[in-house]
Write a protein that binds this ligand. Structure first.
Ligand SMILES: Nc1ncnc2c1ncn2[C@@H]1O[C@H](COP(=O)(O)OP(=O)(O)OP(=O)(O)O)[C@@H](O)[C@H]1O
Length: 443
């Protein structure tokens, strides 16, 4: 553990398993699961998996904090599938009618729930575990079914209670639980992914309902995130029974595989110039760009920098200076770069946990307002051991509240930052005003 910088706390922490093979030897991994791990390329386990999987297999409660892109999803999916085993028993094999799911995976956004569902399906292939992603359509169908008087053996909507695993956002689950349509008393594993977000005010009440509804004496709860602030950690402590706590590397740190840099852009309009400059110098798609809010107009103004460039030239391409061959070549290259540019303009919450494949560069077009949001945003690159880059633009005004703390995150992960940034006086945080969609100079 020391060599791998895996910090584990708690009583009788189970020993590490470093590979799928070792896991199989020590825990008799089900053949289909072992096979699926091999197919997925999970021969070696990631550091969080090494400790979290044995802990969850032992039925322990767990609080795990590990960097973005470090395989936390499989860290709970693998032990969950192993623990569930064959569901043949439940489907008329002598266990009686199903009485609701035996595992529930909760994520803060529907996008993330969908991604987690895909990971479960991938690792569950060939097994007999049934998995449902709770969609709006399913909820509507369950409500209609309930109105039509369909009674499941366990009292819930029959179409839902048959699943072994349910993946969902909290609100959808609670909607069904509150109406008695999805009983959770059979749940043996409840996972809160992005737990610090789920324990924040906006979600807390719903999560509380779910914790209470998973009332089986043998239920174990597992909380995963790349960030865990002390207040949230204390809250987690009040929920979990003698948990194993796992921290991989430094707590609340950026992934070491991301090369981070800050770019001062002067004023708001400097951002587009800086972005264009980056494209001109050559970028490797796909690229993710983060803005402060998901306003469509702000996104679309970012999506066609070339068009805006023409407009600034006076309206039409004829008014642009005549291109010299090198300029034309540059323009063509720039056009190609723009076409190749896979823009996904996101706000922080929707990006949390998303595993966009092969993102080489993250641009924080608008400065993140907290270090937590910074860590999650830049964590969309440098995943699964790959390397990535993150460039953060800042103006004097918007960076002031969190520049020092973000500079500290950068320093902690070995990136160079000027000393003056680390010496900035801490400021009382103020809610930043909405950023104007159009720079003032172009009204
Ligand atoms: N043992 C493994 N070996 C190789 N790749 C793995 C392994 N486990 C997971 N991965 C891959 O690592 C990538 C990141 O995994 P995952 O999305 O679970 O990260 P995460 O830790 O949940 O990140 P975040 O904190 O951003 O949510 C995925 O593409 C996944 O397929």
């Amino acid at each position: 553990r020391k060599a791998l910088r895996i910090h584990a706390y708690g009583n009788d922490v189970p020993p590490l398993a470093q590979s799928a093979h070792q896991l199989s030897e020590a825990h008799g991994l089900r053949p289909y699961l072992y096979q699926n791990m091999m197919t997925a390329g999970y021969h070696e386990l990631t550091r969080v998996q090494m400790q979290a999987v044995p802990a969850l297999l032992a039925g322990r409660e767990l609080l795990a904090c590990a960097p973005t892109g470090s395989g936390k999803t499989a860290a709970f999916v693998v032990p969950m599938l192993q623990r569930l085993g064959s569901s043949a028993r439940r489907r008329g094999g002598g266990g009686g009618a199903p009485r609701g799911p035996r595992a529930v995976l909760v994520a803060p956004t529907q996008e993330l729930a969908r991604q987690t569902h895909r990971e479960v399906l991938k690792l569950a292939a060939g097994g007999k575990v049934s998995v449902a992603l709770l969609t709006r359509k399913m909820v509507t169908a369950a409500l209609a079914e309930a109105r039509g008087g369909g009674g499941g053996g366990g009292g819930g909507a029959p179409s839902l209670v048959k699943y072994d695993v349910v993946v969902s956002t909290p609100l959808r689950l609670v909607g069904l639980v509150d109406r008695g349509l999805l009983p959770l008393q059979e749940v043996r594993l409840l996972v809160l992914d992005e737990a610090d977000k789920l324990l924040e005010l906006g979600f807390l009440e719903q999560v509380d309902t779910l914790l209470a509804a998973c009332s089986h004496a043998e239920v174990s709860r597992a909380l995963f995130s790349a960030t865990m602030l002390p207040a949230i950690e204390s809250l987690a402590d009040t929920v979990l029974r003698q948990p194993v706590r796992v921290v991989v590397g430094e707590k609340n740190a950026a992934a070491e595989t991301v090369e981070q840099s800050l770019v001062f852009v002067g004023r708001e309009d400097g951002k587009m110039l800086a972005l264009r400059q980056m494209i001109r110098q050559g970028i490797q798609p796909p690229v993710l760009i983060f803005v402060q809010s998901p306003e469509i107009s702000r996104c679309s103004s970012l999506c066609s920098p070339r068009r805006r460039q023409k407009k600034r030239g006076g309206g039409g391409s004829s008014q642009l200076p005549p291109p010299r061959p090198s300029a034309r070549a540059l323009a063509a290259a720039q056009e190609r770069a723009v076409q190749l540019f896979h823009e996904l303009v996101l706000d922080g919450l929707r990006a949390r946990g998303m595993d966009f494949k092969g993102v080489k560069l993250v641009v924080n077009f608008d400065f993140p307002q907290t270090t937590v949001s910074y860590i999650h945003r830049i964590g969309r690159t440098g995943r699964a051991g790959m390397r990535g880059k993150a460039v953060t633009f800042f103006t004097e005004q918007e960076a002031r509240p969190s520049l020092r703390s973000i500079a500290n995150v950068m320093k902690a992960s070995g990136c160079g930052v000027p000393d003056w940034m680390l010496r900035l006086q801490p400021m009382r945080k103020q809610k930043r005003k909405a950023i104007a969609v159009k720079p003032r100079s172009r009204k």
